[in-house]
Design a protein. Sequence first.
Length: 112
Amino acid sequence: MDIVKVKDAEPRENPHGVDARALHESEHALVSHITLRPGEALKRHITPVDVIFYVLEGTGIVEVGEEKMEAGSDTLVDSPAKIPHCWYNESSDVLRFLVIKVPRPTGPTKVL
């Protein structure tokens, strides 16, 4: 059994310049934890695989393709492969969410 605490996972350098920590990597999936502080955002990007977001804390604006909506704690958002997506934290609170990529990407994410 593997147990990973978010606080113990090292932040990874990323094109968004935000706190992103890998929690799980296997040949089948990739799970990351993202923290967006007030005013931070992910850059609009395209992922070569399906992405599932699960909001742990806070409220943010998620954009998938042409759709944009507010998503808060205990909300799951599905983002199909090869569709532009991004997140914005326009609130005064921290936004934390899991990013689950399935299958594990073998190609790069394209920042727009």
